[in-house]
Design a protein around this ligand. Structure first.
Ligand code: FES
Length: 333
């Protein structure tokens, strides 16, 4: 039996019942993967012709995407792998994290920094599952970058939320947590050395901060535009960190966009999609950009529409919507 892999045009022999990810790895096909358990989403690919079995069901070209690690080959088929030049392979790990600090930069946000028993390899923009105790587990994005001494997460305090309530009321320096990851596909595409636009809503600042820092620290001197949307001035946090980054890297342009209430000097009133449309009126303005978007589902949808309207190719927008309840391959507020 034959598997054809596009866009690289590689043909691979396989036996009926072989796992797709194993087959691709055996043939040295460049494909991202991490957990090998259907959780991180990094091994996703598309069926172009033929069909593949996933969890006992048949998936074909009408299926959005399949996770290679969960797919079984049963007949000749053709698949497409995403961005073969942008692969990331981080071994899935479970670490022990010890809380180094819990900071309250805004009334409903806590920044929790962990010292871990061993390093976590991840790409900027990815997230991990943090388990503070039995039944107290949520995915949160890393705001730090690989190599930092501490692993940093931004946690929104949700009214009535069991996990965020624990973080707000109980969590102390010295407490421990189980950290599993990395997860997620909205990671920084490092091969792109052109301009980027990053949009974070609320604690969606965390992955955006990681992506922006990694880009700037890698020496990219192309424009980096960061839009940070908050509901009101009272919800704003992280501004000193962004100002400090701007001081160090003049190619970083930060826009703080405040949706309601009075707006402080230097900040903008309104919604992020409107700010983007006002700043990039030409509908080809963003055609050479890559975009990274993280926030609530409606915010991610509206921003993605705005970016596409200003010329950014939808396939070059990497977006993670996050929820207040745990979701597979998504991030919570
Ligand atoms: Fe397939 Fe994680 S490696 S979902």
């Amino acid at each position: 039996m034959q598997l054809l892999v596009q866009p690289i045009g590689q043909s691979i022999d396989f036996g009926v019942g072989d796992n797709l990810l194993d087959t691709l790895r055996r043939a040295a096909v460049p494909i991202s993967y991490s957990c090998s358990a259907g959780r991180c989403g990094t091994c996703r690919c598309k069926i172009i012709d033929g069909s593949i079995e996933v969890g006992g069901d048949r998936a074909d070209c009408s299926t959005d995407a399949v996770l290679a690690c969960q797919a079984t080959l049963t007949e000749n088929c053709t698949i497409e792998i995403p961005e073969p030049d942008e692969i990331v392979v981080h071994p899935a790990r479970v670490l022990k994290g010890t809380v180094d600090s819990v900071e309250a930069p805004a009334h409903d946000v806590r920044i929790v920094r962990f010292r871990t028993n061993r390093p976590l390899s991840f790409s900027p923009g990815q997230f991990a599952t943090v388990q503070f105790g039995r039944g107290l587990e949520r995915p949160y994005s890393m705001a730090s970058v690989e190599g930092d001494d501490l692993l940093e997460f931004h946690i929104r305090i949700v009214p009535g939320g069991a996990v965020s309530g624990h973080v707000a009321r109980t969590l102390r320096r010295g407490d421990t947590a189980r950290i599993s990851g990395p997860l997620g596909t909205s990671y920084l595409r490092r091969k792109h050395d052109g301009p980027i636009i990053c949009v974070g809503g609320g604690t969606g600042l965390a992955p955006v901060q990681s992506i922006v820092r990694a880009t700037l620290e890698s020496g990219n001197r192309k424009p980096v535009h960061l839009y940070f949307g908050v509901r009101s001035e009272a919800d704003l946090y992280g501004a000193p960190t962004l100002a400090e980054l701007h001081q160090r890297y003049p190619n970083l342009h930060v826009q703080i966009v405040v949706a309601s209430g009075s707006v402080h000097a230097g900040h903008r009133a309104g919604l992020v999609p409107d700010a983007i449309a006002a700043d990039w009126p030409d509908n080809h303005a963003l055609q050479h950009f890559r975009g990274y978007v993280c926030g609530s589902p409606p915010m991610v949808a509206a921003v993605t529409t705005a970016l596409v309207a200003q010329g950014l190719d939808a396939g070059r927008i990497y977006a993670d919507a996050f929820f207040t309840q745990p979701q597979v391959v998504s991030q919570p507020a």
